[in-house]
Design a protein around this ligand. Structure first.
Ligand SMILES: [Zn+2]
Length: 316
């Protein structure tokens, strides 16, 4: 009898957990931005249980005979709901998934696309191979129930820089870096729509856990030179101009100069965390938390740069 009660209790817990996983509704609403081009705009918040990790923009392009998905979202449930949202709009099958970079909010929905070609830059696959489990564990902690059932899946193809036709749709894959070691952009030739991944943020503070700021700034210059009609940033709303590029550049330049200046003045990390943030960045979502994260990631290297190099042996 006692055992029976225990089993019943365990079963009840298991059931309610499964129900929670199944019931998390991302309420995904694809937004048509150009002929055959759609985006799913996420919140500009930090990860939370309430948003289920949907703080990211993903997208898809409907070609002549198939659909190309750009980023799979933060969880198995998101990937499944993204695929269902696509199926509501078109009977054409998904034939290709492209991943912009290795951050968890962009890649953890891949289970929904089992058996399909999933391409990204080699640096992204390397990063996921090395750190995927840690990224996954982190998201389970931050997001909780919406993550249930989510496992790491690795890309199975390499995206090469250059022109490619997929499902009859002419695309240009553009290899960049700076936000991470591998940042893939997808340019739809017919509509001049650029999926810029996290190389461009808009009205949301850029994240820097894997950033190389000089490289990122150089990549932003090359994006500025592209002839696009529409730019879909990794976070923030759809853009028809270069405002997101300018804002991301402004923030990164300020961050670099501010940390460099603080290191030269000999400030320690707690003092840097207290520095006032410029008024013009106030509208950026998650400003304070991203600034604090950036200081903890980046400041030690700036401090190191200010130290004199000591010769290891006396000159002959
Ligand atoms: Zn990212």
């Amino acid at each position: 009898m006692r055992l029976g009660v225990t089993f019943a209790a365990v079963a009840a817990v298991a059931l309610s957990t499964a129900a929670l996983a199944a019931s998390f509704d991302y309420a995904l609403k694809p937004q048509k931005v150009a002929d055959g081009v759609y985006t799913l705009i996420g919140k500009t918040e930090n990860f939370s249980r309430e948003n289920g990790g949907n703080i990211v923009n993903t997208g898809f392009i409907v070609g002549d005979d198939g659909v190309i998905v750009i980023d799979a979202g933060p969880s198995k449930a998101y990937g499944e709901q993204q695929r269902a949202a696509i199926a509501k709009l078109t009977a054409k099958p998904v034939v290709q998934v492209l991943l912009t970079h290795a951050h968890p909010d962009h890649v953890l929905g891949l289970q929904a696309y089992a058996g399909l070609p999933v391409a990204t830059l080699t640096a992204t696959t390397a990063a996921l191979t090395q750190s995927g489990d840690a990224l996954l564990g982190n998201l389970y902690r931050l997001v909780g129930d919406a993550m249930l059932g989510t496992e790491i899946r690795l890309p199975n193809a390499v995206a090469a820089d250059g022109a490619v036709t997929i499902a009859g749709r002419k695309l240009r894959l553009i290899a960049g870096s700076g936000h991470t070691d591998g940042d893939l952009m997808v340019f739809d030739v017919a509509t001049k729509t650029l999926f810029a991944g996290d190389l461009v943020f808009f009205q949301r503070s850029p994240t820097t856990p894997n950033a190389d700021i000089p490289t990122w700034l150089a990549t932003l210059d090359s994006i500025d030179a592209l002839d696009f009609a529409m730019l879909i940033p990794g976070h923030g709303g759809v853009l028809r101009d270069h405002a997101g590029i300018a804002q991301t550049r402004d923030y990164l330049q300020w961050l670099r100069d501010s940390l460099q200046g603080a290191a030269r003045r000999g400030l320690d990390m707690p003092e840097v965390l207290q520095l006032p943030l410029p008024e013009r960045f106030r509208p950026l979502a998650a400003l304070k938390t991203e600034y604090e994260r950036s200081v903890s990631h980046l400041y030690p290297a700036y401090e190191l740069d200010t130290l004199p190099t000591v010769p290891r042996s006396k000159p002959p």
